[in-house]
Design a protein around this ligand. Structure first.
Ligand code: COA
Length: 567
């Protein structure tokens, strides 16, 4: 075992690039090629993979830091002394080569031959090309620059149309590989005469993008080769990752919010290029709040600007908070006694936002009932020995999950979401259920997929595993996505009832309190029965009272007679 410091690899000469996400924590075991950090310049984002497998000893960077090639990222304990490749080798070989070519091209005298792989995408004019001033009106084919050797990269956005005037540096197209996206800037000012690519095309270095009629003094071919390289502005596209996982631009892995108002993790749902993200950051806009109008639901700069305009137009009345609600005044608590300021965790901050979002958007109704789980509990106790043999703990939770899944099938209005267009409801035909888990860092909601298709043992094992992952801080964004409904159980902690907050965009949540033996009148006498207090909150826009009544009655009857779960 040796300790190695993993540095920032060759990132195409980009300097002081923002660290927008740190994907690992001390103690984590990382595989070779697993992402360590995500970097974002104003034109590109890239994930930096680990060159070797090992265990993270210490972090050398934090979110918000800026880094350049060679800066240390982490200290890694590496099995058997496996040697991490050098900084430049840890980036893709092609990226390194590309950067080497770039710097070579730049160190050439101005009159050097234009490099074929030079990132400046302007094709050189024929040798007899006119002088710079004459080039002002020349047609300039613009090609895909050096993109670190990546081939067949998707064109996910064409940012200009024929007839548009572009300034030097304006984005022409956005390319996306499986681990990075980059905007290809215009190498010169001019008017777009013809487009050679469409969204959905795949391109490689040298492929034509468009033809530009120069309106400014276009540089002569010699200087074009030595001109500031778009690749340098844009940072390189890193090597295609071995294990693509979702969209290449990763948001800070915002953990799913909390039980009572946790919302979908937003990270992977936001689809936007680096410059759009940068603009959003500068304006303090949460992209998850912005309606995307681009292709494949992609956010554009105009979406961000439109959102801000809209917010400004909705200026609250004097003295009122963001939603027209009077703001809570800041109080100097130190006047009243000893205090300390405790930094909120990221999960707590996400929870704050999602609580407010759910609370203010959703007209909540909460219904209460009690399920007689005496028979369920006898059965569960009978099964304890078998559970131990199987290495799982059989708590009431798997029964609750199974019963909720059956109730969601029985009363599908609970398995919906309101569509953002305001015109539709989304009826889901799958049954994924979130389980609120209390963790030291805050409340998280991992999701169990296809609960209706799983048995009690499987649900017991999976919920325990996800709860453990949540407590250990090991949940991935995909573990927290896609829930149709949430179960929030405070049963082991106590309490006789509470009003859970719907986890938007879901429309229902079940709160489970502590089961107690209570006297129940059976028609002739009081008998001791184990009663489980339940509270069902729902979004009254999506679910009406009668639907909720049916859902709840069915759920309570299933828990009262679990034989019906197999019907
Ligand atoms: N009433 C009485 N006892 C209950 C119960 C209930 N409703 N639910 C669970 N228990 C018992 C279990 O049976 C177990 O006892 P046992 O070992 O004798 O069988 C004990 O409480 C501990 O259960 P736990 O380990 O918590 O498992 P679980 O499957 O019930 O719950 C989680 C798993 C993840 C839901 C739970 O650990 C958790 O994090 N709960 C907090 C959720 C939360 O904070 N919600 C916020 C609401 S705002």
């Amino acid at each position: 075992m040796t300790t190695q410091v993993i540095p920032v690899p060759d990132i195409g000469g980009a300097e002081n690039v923002d660290v927008i996400e740190v994907c690992v924590a001390p103690g984590d075991a990382v595989d070779a090629e697993q992402s360590l950090i995500v970097l974002e310049s104003d034109k590109a984002s890239m994930e930096v993979p680990s060159p070797v497998a090992g265990k993270v000893i210490a972090l050398k960077v934090n979110e918000g830091d800026t880094v350049s090639e060679g800066d240390p990222i982490i200290e890694l304990d590496v099995e058997g002394g496996e040697t991490a490749p050098s900084a430049s080798a840890s980036a893709s070989a092609s990226a390194s080569e590309a950067a080497a070519e770039t710097s070579a091209a730049q160190s050439e005298p101005a009159a050097a031959e234009p490099e074929p792989a030079a990132p400046a995408a302007v094709q050189s004019e024929p040798e007899s090309a006119p002088a710079p001033q004459a080039a002002a009106t020349a047609e300039m084919p613009v090609a895909v620059p050096d993109i670190g050797g990546a081939e067949g990269v998707d064109v996910i956005e064409v940012c200009v149309a024929v007839g548009d005037e572009v300034a030097e540096g304006d984005s022409l197209i956005v390319l996306e590989s499986d681990k990075a996206s980059m905007e290809v800037p215009s190498p010169a000012a001019g008017k777009v005469l013809a487009l050679s690519v469409n969204e959905g095309d795949q391109v490689s270095e040298g492929d034509a993008i468009l033809t530009l009629a120069g309106t400014a003094a276009a540089p002569a071919p010699e200087t074009e080769a030595a001109a500031p390289a778009p690749q340098q502005e844009a940072a390189p596209v890193p090597a295609p990752a071995p294990a693509p996982s979702g969209p290449p631009i990763t948001e800070p892995a915002a953990p799913a919010p909390a039980p009572q108002a946790p919302s979908e993790p937003q990270g992977d749902d936001v689809y936007a290029g680096p410059s759009v993200r940068k603009l959003a950051r500068q304006l303090g806009v949460d992209l998850a709040e912005v309606k995307a109008s681009g292709p494949r639901n992609r956010h554009t700069k105009n979406d961000v600007r439109g959102y801000v305009k809209d917010m400004v137009a909705r200026k609250p009345a004097p003295g009122a908070g963001g939603a027209g609600i009077p703001a809570v005044p800041a109080v100097d608590f130190a006047k009243f006694g000893d205090i300390e300021l405790v930094k909120m965790s990221k999960i707590q901050k996400v929870t704050v936002a999602s609580m407010v979002r759910s609370w203010l958007n959703v007209p909540h109704v909460t219904q209460f009932d009690e399920a007689d789980i005496s028979d369920l509990e006898s059965f569960r106790k009978e099964m304890k020995a078998e559970a131990e043999n199987r290495g799982v703990k059989l708590t009431p939770l798997p029964f609750l999950l199974k019963a909720c899944a059956a109730a969601l099938r029985h009363e599908p209005s609970f398995n919906t979401s309101l569509h953002a267009d305001g015109e539709h409801m989304v009826q889901k035909h799958y049954v994924h259920i979130g389980v609120a888990v209390a963790t030291p860092a805050g409340l998280l909601v991992p999701v169990i997929q296809n609960v209706d298709k799983k048995g009690l043992w499987e649900l017991a094992a999976e919920s325990a595993e996800l709860a453990k992952k949540a407590r250990d801080g090991k949940l991935l964004p995909r573990d927290m996505q896609g829930a149709c409904f949430t179960v929030s159980s405070l049963g082991a902690i106590g309490g006789s009832g509470f009003t859970p907050i719907v986890n938007t965009p879901e429309v229902g949540i079940l709160g489970v309190s502590k089961a107690e033996i209570k006297p129940v009148w059976n028609g002739s006498e009081f008998v001791p029965r184990q009663m489980l207090p339940l509270s069902l909150s729902y979004d009254h826009r999506a679910v009406n009272g009668a639907d909720a009544g049916r859902f709840f009655t069915f759920l309570v009857s299933l828990l009262g007679d679990i034989r019906r779960l197999i019907l």
